[in-house]
Design a protein around this ligand. Structure first.
Ligand SMILES: Nc1ncnc2c1ncn2[C@@H]1O[C@H](COP(=O)(O)OP(=O)(O)OP(=O)(O)O)[C@@H](O)[C@H]1O
Ligand SMILES: [Mg+2]
Length: 264
């Protein structure tokens, strides 16, 4: 007898199996200049060079600046954090360091999804749901945004992702687990150097064998860090909200991570 007072029911499934048709049809990217980086073909098949620019944008490109040295700092931070994740069993796109502004990565078809994990409420979720800034979630919150500049990267739910053929259900399960695991690793790491990891955005993609990797950068542009126990920002919010000097702020993050970045 189940708690339903009748016949046992099948446990709820996270996803109802659905047929994805036609198959996902992304292409591998060509050379591409984005807002913060330039992606170029690497020296061997299946690789790309990720070059970090000094440009910074916010509000979907409405607020812009170029801050000499920012690219070097974000490159150094990304390299160290991708290595940290690799050391802790997360499969990332990192192949190797190249120079002060570039790393070599696996060339991937990127799912058009921004995968966000939130530990505490701030930013868009505060505005959208009226939550109190700084409210801690009982467990990390997993969110999906559709990567589409014209639509301003809207929040979507999993069913939308399947309906639009953005990702297979099984792949989303792996992406979700990997994002939550990576969040735990990074939360612990940043806690050890005096920061609370508030939220973080990941991107994922697949190689030609359909293996899934965590991709893109991981830097103060793509996560929120607060001085431990406070709401003092050490991330791109200092630029979004004109709260502090961006370079000084990112330099402090790099310093606490034990990184020496030449010439900045
Ligand atoms: N390993 C990878 N292989 C292929 N593309 C990648 C890889 N890692 C990241 N990318 C993509 O490279 C681009 C990096 O450039 P940048 O972040 O500056 O773009 P952007 O202007 O922010 O645009 P987007 O909205 O696509 O992120 C992004 O489109 C990102 O999805
Ligand atoms: Mg980007």
């Amino acid at each position: 007898m189940s708690c339903w007072g009748g016949a046992l029911r099948a446990p709820p499934q996270l996803f109802t199996p659905i047929e994805v048709s036609p198959p996902l049809n992304y292409n591998f990217p060509m050379s591409y200049e984005g807002k913060a980086k330039i992606m170029k073909d690497g020296p061997t098949e299946g690789t790309m060079i990720m070059y970090f620019k000094d440009d910074v944008t916010a509000g979907n490109g409405k607020k812009k600046d170029s801050i000499p040295g920012k690219g070097k700092i974000n490159k150094a931070i990304t390299l160290k954090l991708l290595q940290l994740l690799e050391d802790n069993g997360i499969e990332t796109h990192l192949i190797e360091d190249i120079d002060e502004r570039s790393i070599l990565v696996k060339k991937l078809k990127i799912f058009p999804l921004e995968v966000v994990v939130r530990n505490k409420a701030t930013g868009s979720i505060v505005r959208r749901l009226g939550l109190e800034k700084g409210m801690e979630f009982k467990r990390p919150l997993f969110e999906l945004f559709y990567k589409n500049d014209e639509l301003h990267d809207p929040l979507i739910c999993q069913e939308h992702a399947f309906a639009m053929n953005l990702i297979y259900p099984d792949d989303l399960l792996l992406v979700r687990k990997t994002a939550l695991d990576a969040n735990e690793i990074l939360k612990e790491y940043f806690s050890g150097i005096g920061f609370d990891l508030i939220d973080i955005k990941f991107e994922f993609g697949v190689d030609e064998k359909e293996n899934i990797y965590l991709a893109d950068e991981i830097s103060p542009d793509t996560m929120r860090l607060w001085e431990k126990g406070t709401q003092v920002s050490f991330d791109k919010d200092v630029f979004r909200e004109d709260k502090a000097d961006l370079l000084e702020t990112y330099r402090e993050v790099a310093k606490r991570m034990g990184l020496k970045v030449e010439g900045i």
